[in-house]
Design a binder for this molecule. Structure first.
Ligand code: AP5
Length: 220
């Protein structure tokens, strides 16, 4: 199964992706996580992406498309879930073209919908594990011990782009550059069936709806 997860910053894409890959045995490809790994490793790509990410701007399409096409080419046949990509209409078109070249297409696009007012609280309260990538929230999804990852005991961190000012920029860019991608999938039915998911519920209830949709796609 090849899945795209769309949604605003803080909509819960990363949280749901981790549950999806556990249930369906897919590869999780998060453009944000890949960029953060490149930054941490001090690569040329990481260096180029850093200032865009820190200010809440999108990294230029040409860098992202190349990075994600390469990542997709290494995925085993069971499939993948894309998190944070595509994020512009141009990226969506490029993704479709590169999949068509290898005889593939996106099967399903899940659009996690959440009000802007919910997002800031989710993002500023997010804590993540730099070791295994697990995502927590200081109120909604707490680790067993404050500040410590349940999986590996690593100290949790806050992302540098999770400050209120940067979040405002990320949201503005989401509305301007990424929301049109929803329309792209609405208009191009051959590019993958689009489902809206109400993501303004607790994470388990969101997962239940997501799994129901994906179970139906997996059976079809
Ligand atoms: P990226 O890492 O993709 O960030 P994002 O899209 O802004 O999304 P987030 O990771 O902030 O949120 P999420 O939806 O995954 O929410 P999460 O599950 O963590 O991108 C970072 C930057 O990289 C971009 O700004 C850009 O510069 C660059 N970039 C990346 N991809 C790019 C691309 N394709 N093109 C160009 N540039 C690109 O949840 C958030 C919090 O809420 C957590 O604390 C979680 O515990 C909590 N939570 C989750 N679900 C729920 C729920 N249902 N109820 C209550 N709390 C919840």
């Amino acid at each position: 199964m090849r899945i795209v997860l769309l949604g605003a910053p803080g909509a819960g894409k990363g949280t749901q992706c981790k549950r999806i890959i556990d249930r369906y045995g897919l590869v999780h490809l998060s453009s944000g996580d890949i960029l953060r790994r490149e930054k941490a490793a001090g690569t040329e790509l990481g260096g180029k992406a850093e200032s865009y990410m820190n200010s809440g701007a999108l990294v230029p399409d040409e860098l992202i498309v190349q990075m994600m096409t390469e990542a997709i080419s290494k995925v085993p046949p069971a499939g993948f879930v894309l998190d944070g990509f595509p994020r512009t209409v141009n990226q969506a078109g490029q993704l479709d073209k590169s999949l068509a070249l290898i005889g593939q297409r996106i099967d399903v696009v899940l659009n996690l919908k959440v009000e802007d007012s919910v997002v800031a609280k989710r993002i500023t309260g997010r804590r993540s594990c730099p070791q295994c990538g697990a995502i927590y929230h200081i109120e909604n999804l707490k680790p067993r011990t404050d500040g410590i990852c349940d999986n590996d005991g690593t100290a949790l961190i806050q992302r540098p782009d999770d400050s209120l000012e940067v979040v405002a920029n990320r949201m503005a860019n989401y509305h301007r550059q990424t929301e049109p991608v929803v329309n792209y999938y609405k208009m191009n039915s051959s590019a993958g069936a689009l489902y809206d998911v109400d993501a303004d519920k607790d994470a388990d209830r969101v997962s239940a709806v997501v799994f129901e949709k994906l179970d139906a796609v997996a059976k079809s």
